[in-house]
Design a protein around this ligand. Structure first.
Ligand SMILES: Cc1cc2nc3c(=O)[nH]c(=O)nc-3n(C[C@H](O)[C@H](O)[C@H](O)COP(=O)(O)OP(=O)(O)OC[C@H]3O[C@@H](n4cnc5c(N)ncnc54)[C@H](O)[C@@H]3O)c2cc1C
Length: 389
């Protein structure tokens, strides 16, 4: 049965989030602590406390952990509302990379690991990093993983260099992907490790200057220099990193789509308001067909993106893995929302590229969205292989 009804309860929760974001979070978009390298930890912590007071922190967690135990479709409705401000998901502790990392940790940690690493994240007290991508190594093709780990039966020793690692500076919980070399104790191959960010051997080289600015503490180049980890730093089973990464990626890609849909709607609302009031050639610009068509194209794209997301969510709620559909959603939604943001810039005229409105910030972040959690071409590559099988 196909049913697009949003229950009264879900609509009330959506409206509550919308009000919270509009009234309490939007004013922070002008805060100087929203820097070129993203919101600082100080800003993030202040926002998190606002969400905590509003009862809106980590809503995606299981009810037993204080969350709302959401289905994927419910998450789609609520994250879209949170995404109205790019700072909304950060406040509510449902932004990347923490949201995806919490999801993964919830699936594969031991009880001891969950108590040490996951519980403080759910409580909003700690942030996390997921370290996979490497200069010249793992990227679109994780099979090119170069970071290595040795194991002597007692300790792992990790060496390698990563980049584009979001939120690395200040992250307490680290998930590190490295290639476990052959050893007589454990299966070798791509392996995930879980450790504390204060460990000696995790060296933050620098924060990269990037065009986006909505991930806490930006994206770092990191070196693992003889990072020595105990046996219990193993996350899940050794040799299974790619399988676990997939486990994380399918829902994580969709949640990116949900949040950025909210941001694109915000850009559209600003463009519509402008089109109604700005005049040119004797009438409001919205009455020129060229402008109304841009806004109409946006409306169509937003609607189609929402349906694409909801469909993939619905499949996953019914027990399917949804890998193919989440790939379709990520490729389609990231490309379409970027076009929406671009048309909003155009409707705004010259101020569209200025920070007089948040549209230019949304535009730049939307550009980055087309790359992470799989560039569009990589998803198309996977979709193509699937349909030709
Ligand atoms: C904002 C942002 C945040 C990120 N955060 C993290 C993070 O926290 N942790 C982390 O580990 N990584 C992170 N990344 C890295 C991200 O996962 C990689 O950028 C992505 O996997 C692509 O890898 P790459 O940059 O090495 O591009 P490459 O692998 O070098 O690919 C370059 C281009 O080649 C093309 N291409 C590649 N493969 C194919 C194919 N099969 N068919 C057709 N074309 C193809 C695509 O156009 C692609 O954009 C982040 C990236 C961004 C932009």
């Amino acid at each position: 049965m196909i049913d697009f009804t949003i229950s009264d309860d879900l609509a009330a929760r959506r409206d509550r989030i919308r009000r919270f974001v509009q009234e309490q979070i939007v004013p922070y978009e002008r805060d100087p602590r929203l820097t070129q390298h993203g919101p600082t930890d100080e800003l993030r912590n202040e926002l998190v406390e606002l969400a905590r007071s509003a009862g809106l922190l980590t809503i995606q967690a299981a009810e037993a952990d204080g969350g709302w135990g959401l289905s994927h479709v419910e998450q789609a409705v609520l994250y879209e509302a949170a995404g109205w401000s790019t700072l909304g998901p950060i406040a509510m502790n449902c932004a990347a990379p923490d949201e995806g990392n919490m999801f993964l940790l919830g699936k594969i940690t031991t009880p001891e690991q969950a108590a040490t690493f996951l519980a403080p994240m759910i409580a909003g007290h700690q942030r996390s990093a997921f370290a996979m991508t490497e200069p010249g190594g793992a990227g679109s093709d994780p099979g090119q993983l170069q970071t290595s780990a040795t194991f002597d039966g007692e300790n792992f020793v990790v060496n390698g260099r990563k980049w584009l690692i979001t939120g690395a500076r200040g992250a307490k919980t680290w998930i590190i992907m490295a290639n476990l070399e052959d050893n007589p104790h454990l299966p070798s191959g791509p392996t995930l490790f879980l450790t504390d960010g204060d460990q000696q051997g995790i060296v933050i080289e620098r924060i990269m200057n990037t065009m986006d600015r909505n991930y806490v503490e930006g994206h770092a180049v990191v070196e693992f220099r003889d990072l020595t980890l105990p046996r219990n730093a193993l996350l899940g089973e050794s040799g299974q990193a790619f399988r676990y990464a997939q486990l994380r990626l399918a829902p994580a890609r969709l949640t990116h789509c949900m949040r950025w849909l909210g941001a694109a709607e915000r850009a559209q609302s600003i463009a519509i308001a402008h089109a109604k009031t700005r005049t040119a050639f004797g009438k409001p610009i919205g009455e020129h067909q060229g402008v109304s068509f841009m806004l109409a194209d946006n409306e169509i794209a937003l609607h189609q993106c929402r349906l694409t997301i909801w469909h993939a969510c619905w499949l996953m709620d019914s027990g399917a893995k949804g890998r193919h559909e989440s790939s379709i959603a990520k490729a389609y939604v990231s490309e379409e929302l970027f076009k929406v943001a671009d048309r909003c810039v155009q409707v705004l005229g010259g101020i569209g590229i200025s920070d007089e409105t948040v549209v230019e910030m949304i535009f730049r972040d939307m550009r980055a969205f087309r790359l992470y959690d799989g560039p569009t071409e990589v998803h198309k590559y996977a979709i193509g292989r699937q349909i030709l099988r």
